[in-house]
Design a protein around this ligand. Sequence first.
Ligand code: NAI
Length: 250
Amino acid sequence: MGTLNGKTALITGGGSGIGEATAMLFAREGANVVISDMDKAGGERVLAALIKAGGKGIFVQSDVSKAADSERSVSEAVEAYGRLDIAVNNAGIGGPAELTGAYPLDGWRQVIDINLNGVFYGMRYQIPMMLRSGGGAIVNMASILGQVGFATASAYVAAKHAVVGLTQNAALEYGAQDIRVNSAGPGFIRTPLLTKHLTEEQLAGIAALHPMGRLGKPEEVAELVLWLALDRASFVTGAYYAVDGGYLTR
Ligand code: NAI
């Protein structure tokens, strides 16, 4: 039997990369997995793979930058499975690569809308549902760039730092009501977020920034997300956990 038997978990951005690996791992651990993503093809592909592997789940097409969509993801999860125990607010984009003094205004707004407002909208509707069932666990996907800067990524860095703070705030507000809220901070992970935009040569340069000398795998992030979501992590809240091959030690 799995460590998440009987739990219902909503994963935003579950149609690719880290969200996909998390959805597959949660399903293997017995959860009812609600994959939410704005990309219908990606979400349906992951759902089919999850079911083929013996898991249980549904797909909800949803744009995290729209509050109404975030509310609907939660209500569809509860309609399907009766409760919401775990939420992983993971959907995100990289955004334009440009120095702050030249950063495209529309790109700034888009990154903040998805990577920051999306996490707020998620929690805005997940928390009331968790309060109704007596508690829950939320994992927000931050980044190493929620702790340090990275030239040409000011919108992303600002949004991820804010996700770490927002996580702390929600944790202090709801700790006494058994809702744990933590953030995960991956180093650079080999997913389409990177591979769609960077050459193998550029990726090798980025890999070298990690003391372990390589990029991370989405499955390695999913393991941390799983642990943070488990009841076993019962005294862990408001924390930022790195999964970064040592990146932040430099
Ligand atoms: P990915 O591009 O493989 O997957 C992101 C998923 O989010 C996609 O399926 C995409 O359709 C979905 N998505 C994007 N915008 C959305 C929106 N507005 N509404 C709903 N879904 C949306 O990327 P990856 O790497 O798996 O990223 C997942 C999270 O991990 C992001 O928050 C990212 O910032 C974070 N992260 C990624 C790192 C990396 O190096 N790949 C490093 C640190 C953090």
